[in-house]
Design a binder for this molecule. Sequence first.
Ligand code: WT7
Length: 656
Amino acid sequence: MSQPTIESILQEDRLFPPSSEFSSQAHIKSLDEYKKLSEAAQADPEGFWSKLAETELHWFEKWDQVLDWSNPPFAKWFVNGKINLSYNCIDRHLETRSDKPAIIWEGEPGDARIITYKQLHTEVCKFANVLKSQGVKTGDRVGIYMPMIPEAAIAMLACARIGAAHSVVFGGFSAEALRDRLVDADAKVVVTADGGWRKDKIVPLKPAVDAALDAPNVPVTTVITVKRTAQDITMAEGRDHWWHDLMDAASDDCPAPALDSEQMLFVLYTSGSTGKPKGVVHTTGGYNLYAHMTCKWIFDLKEDDVYWCGADIGWITGHTYVVYGALSNGATTVMYEGAPRPSNPGAFWDVIEKYKVTIFYTAPTAIRAFIKMGDEHPNARDLSSLRMLGTVGEPINPEAWMWYHKVIGKEKCPIVDTWWQTETGGVMITPLPGATPTKPGSATLPFPGIQADIVDLEGNSVGPNDGGFLAVRHPWPGMMRTVYNNPERFRKTYWEHIPPKDGKYIYFAGDGARRDADGYFWVMGRVDDVINTAGHRLGTMEIESALVSHPAVAEAAVVGKPDDLKGEEVVAFITLEGDQAQDDALIKELKAHVVSEIGAIARPGEIRFADALPKTRSGKIMRRLLRSLAAGQEIAGDTSTLEDRSVLEKLRGEGS
Ligand code: WT7
């Protein structure tokens, strides 16, 4: 990897301070207060985190040491502390919140359930006993391959209760991808459903589990299936059980045991740019604290909020911000089974109206899908309950940010653009909604206690507006602890790109970024998504933003294509709004548009129209595939995370 000189050419000088109305009621009320917190945390990180751990969480036994960093990069937080995440998410709320909705669930076909804290306690205790009856013990791994139904959260919390690590595999992954993960995690038990609803169709999950288990090396001996979609499935004698049968027979008495703070909580697989997916390991105490504090301060959670994070529990966002962070705070969390879909373009806004959602958190890719479906859908609903909004997952192009601000937030809701990763456990760079003036497209400032920086490959901080690598200089409680069964990969991927100096380890996030004169972070995307053209490095996001700001364009993905003269040439893949003519005149116009928005250095050499872009199931555009297509090469490497294979076939047809 070479030294980055990423030129960020995005000019964005609009500033949106929070209203005094919002600030005055917020947990963190001003930029000044934020700065004081951050300075205190910087001066004494361990004091900062331990004070919060004491006041915000329940511990059965206090720790001897806040942070053990004697064997970097392997951290231990709250050493010898005893804690139970499920207790912190449920039991401790029973006294004051037993009849408060913990989970409001809405299924894609419109069925709904509300589960109070008391009911959640009963269900989680019962399922914890079910797991025990199937031989699951503290330290074992349990696979979870489920749709977005309350039983998914119940299964996660039940694992956490008994100290078994869950490994949630997104329900859109194939049987092969599921098998790889179950084998790597050495899971004994899988919890699944017959199927789930996605885009008006049943996704058959149990058949995929059957196929995944149909191989000699799979360690799973027990499958527990929730009846959700009620189509015919086969049940293997001895191995397969219905959830409702086991639950009917289970006792609801399961006191939460005191678990070690470093007890493995979950393994969640995430793809890197090379190799097999990595099993990212998170542990209990530090993760609990980090999920709790970030959820509380970033979403300004209050007792009466109805909080909706739209992520699937198959991703880290679903773990931290649908389930653990929300429930640890005693909040009401909304779980929705559906995805944005043209067949029901108002579905999301109906959920907000129906439950008077106050906080809504989603991804830029969803926002762009909403934009494409039309303003008339949100405009026809009462969204006045909303008081703040969030985004996560990729850089948000300022156009989409402005739409979110105007059409959904009615110009009164702060937007938090939250930068983080599976590896970080929780949000790392973000506005605090009552404190931080926002700039569209910037994740703004580090969360208090996070020593984020932009560095070169020697670990030196770069100057204002210089491009570099996003890095973290000090451990934080929510950090991943290792790659499951592969500590060397953990060390190499995250801690040795920037060689440690004088025993100081720097976390390498794999993103390119710059910091402006106000100290605001502008994340430009993965470092492997950076295009080098004629000696200039360009963030793909800036060119994409420029393209998307043209009224004809719905979505754009930009990659580099090898070029003899320039090193790399910009190639843009584009989907259009409505039924625009895909002709040369438009291509010319779009190239000129990029030139006028950014400059001649960013002019795409080639623009290709597509019906859809290849995406992972979490909605990330798979630029690696587009790069191969642009270069006229065969697609190499893993394509198992692709959401819709036909997209690739079509593009390939057009590209050849
Ligand atoms: C990568 C991590 C963490 C939740 C979902 C994704 C990109 C994430 C932002 C943001 C710019 C972002 C980064 C990061 N990313 N949020 N607000 N602005 N980029 O988790 O699958 O682990 O992906 O997503 O490139 O490295 P993930």
